[in-house]
Design a protein around this ligand. Sequence first.
Ligand code: DC
Length: 229
Amino acid sequence: MSEDGLKKMIIAIDGPAGAGKSTIAKMVADKLGLKHIDTGAMYRALALKAMREGKDCTDGKVLIDLLSRSKIEIRADNRCSPAVILLDGEDVSGEIRLPEINHKVSQVAKVPEIRRELVKLQRELAAGGGVVMDGRDIGTIVLPGADIKIYLTASLEERVRRRYHELIQRGSPTSLAETKKQVVDRDRGDRERKTGPLRMAPDAFYLDTTGLTPEEITAKIVRLCDEGG
Ligand code: DC
């Protein structure tokens, strides 16, 4: 593909928890000079606000009201450093990854009204092209016309191991058994949700990353983009 074509490209990456979507999406974006939009971070930011305000995360009306009073921004222009997530102007990039958010965010992501609003916002963010967007429903619902769709996964054991090490690095004490339970529960919630469930788009490339390094996976995706899918 031409350099101009690559700069306008829209790449959708979906997959289950712990598949490495955000890490890989960021690396692909840096390599191709595109913006990385982590849609999970948007759901997480709203879950954080709900938690801070003690709101019921299963009530669509309450959450819509909360969202209407919130400003969620992604600063993705800082190349080679993690994207910054702003909630009402405050950098919450670290806080949204805390373990207590994981449970809340699954509830928030189940609410159809919230999905509708965030999908609208995500489409606006991708409107000009030049983005790598990762999530659960990007290739199927948010950007069905994406140039390249990737379904990124790995064995359950590897995904649990990755999540476990991530949590330990963040200083959150946990065990492998507890991490496995959380990953399995979250996968089930994401797949069984009525609105925007985790699905592989029929025209997506299936990439099993078990045993591969982030550099190897990134190189595979960049090659697919160069070939224009
Ligand atoms: O990718 P993540 O772990 O940061 O996602 C957080 C939660 O948000 C997870 O439970 C799935 C949900 N999510 C979603 O439902 N749709 C998306 N496009 C992105 C994330």
